[in-house]
Design a protein around this ligand. Structure first.
Ligand code: PLP
Length: 377
């Protein structure tokens, strides 16, 4: 079976894990945690960074550190992995879903602005939702499949309303925005190191940014809100710290980040080159502002085809492919949340087919995928 997205662990992973075992530093204190924290911030072009146990926990901590609390609203795109919405609810808040822009599949800045202008009012320097009276506490775009949102334009909107801006960049480490690294475009930017992401710790996440206060606060809350060396805690915190074992794998993986990103681009270009010309297909969006890491790559199929059927037929040929995210407002816990019109999400989500993108794919495997896809489509 050629799998969809599996990690390449052929670097220093084993060596670093053995160091953890030999030194007994397997828990949340250790050299790899410190090193990984520094490396993630450095590679993302951010001044500060802290690591946590998952991307979801990272989003939860970033939002909390930016002041999101109970009975508030956070604007997120509707087309995302459910973890984006869950992290909002973990803060006691609720998502307000905004449609994506067709050019990028990321949060539409014009629509965000229009929604806020129509459905919100300002009072005492704060922004409230007209219908529910809830405070709007933050905006959190998602870097879909590793493509940055148009952050300059989203920043214009959040600046206008004095709202914190958190980026769900879960799959986007290594991406570029207008030629720059992406680690300081938002007040806090969150990465995931889940097993299927471009680099992995098995499970893990990071929060990076240029605002020391926000990153330190996120770290504090994720570390049981401990003050000093003894058992003093100044609030209800969480036990979300990354372990040295996870960080050991992360350190080995991040050494190869550039290599992996090059390979992701190669895979994406390969499919485009070899599959173009098949009638009724299109590729994932490219933008003039961002360079995606192509975490996932694949096809947009037209109405004549059923993505699930295509996946099943490819599975018969030992090639694993998948449909992509089902929008948040179609998920049971989020059927009734506030949302904008969903024209673009509605139009695209059923048509996406993701193809194998593991960085360890061989030339021969890529050829097999292309042959099978051509045959079936
Ligand atoms: C992977 C992902 C997450 C969640 O990260 P975990 O590490 O699995 O908790 C959140 N948002 C997006 C957009 C993701 O792709």
């Amino acid at each position: 079976m050629i799998e969809l997205a599996i990690p390449d662990l052929s670097g220093n992973e084993r060596k670093y894990l053995n160091e953890c075992i030999d030194t007994t530093f397997v828990s949340t204190v250790g050299e790899f945690v410190k090193r990984f924290e520094k490396e993630v911030a450095r590679k993302a072009g951010a001044a500060y960074g802290t690591v946590v146990s998952s991307g979801t926990d990272g989003l939860h901590m970033a939002l909390t550190a930016c002041g999101v609390g109970r009975n508030e609203l956070v604007c997120i795109p509707a087309f995302t992995f459910i973890a984006t919405a869950n992290a909002v609810v973990h803060c006691g808040a609720e998502p307000w879903l905004i449609d994506i822009d067709e050019k990028s599949w990321t949060m539409d800045p014009e629509l965000l602005e229009r929604e806020l202008a129509e459905k919100a009012y300002e009072k005492d320097g704060k922004l409230f939702h007209r219908g529910s009276g809830k405070r709007i506490a933050a905006v959190m775009p998602v870097y879909t499949m590793g493509m940055p949102a148009d952050m300059d334009r989203i920043r214009d909107v959040t600046d206008k309303y004095h709202l914190p801006l958190v980026a769900d960049a879960a799959a986007a480490i290594g991406a570029k925005y207008k030629g720059r690294n992406i680690g300081n475009l938002a007040d806090a930017t969150v990465f995931s190191f889940n097993g299927n992401k471009t680099i992995t710790c098995g499970g893990g996440g990071a929060i990076v940014g240029d605002n020391e206060r926000i990153i330190e606060r996120a770290k504090h809350i994720a570390t049981t809100a401990r003050v000093g060396q003894d058992y003093d805690h100044d609030m209800v915190g969480y036990n979300y710290r990354m372990t040295n074992l996870q960080a050991a794998v992360g350190c080995a993986q991040i050494e190869r980040l550039e290599e992996f990103v090059i390979k992701k681009h190669y895979i994406s270009d390969y499919y485009k080159e070899h599959l173009k010309g098949i009638p009724g297909i299109a590729f994932f969006p490219e933008t003039d502002w961002g360079e995606s890491v192509c975490w996932f790559t694949g096809l947009v199929l037209d109405d004549t085809r059923n993505v699930r059927e295509v996946c099943d037929r490819l599975a018969d040929k030992e090639i694993q492919t998948k449909p992509f995210w089902k929008p948040v407002y179609m998920q049971k816990p989020y059927l009734h949340v506030e949302k904008s019109d969903m024209d673009v999400t509605e139009k695209i989500w059923r048509h996406i087919l993701t193809l194998p993108v593991s960085t360890c794919l061989t030339e021969k495997q890529l050829e097999s995928v292309v042959m099978a896809v051509k045959e079936i489509l």
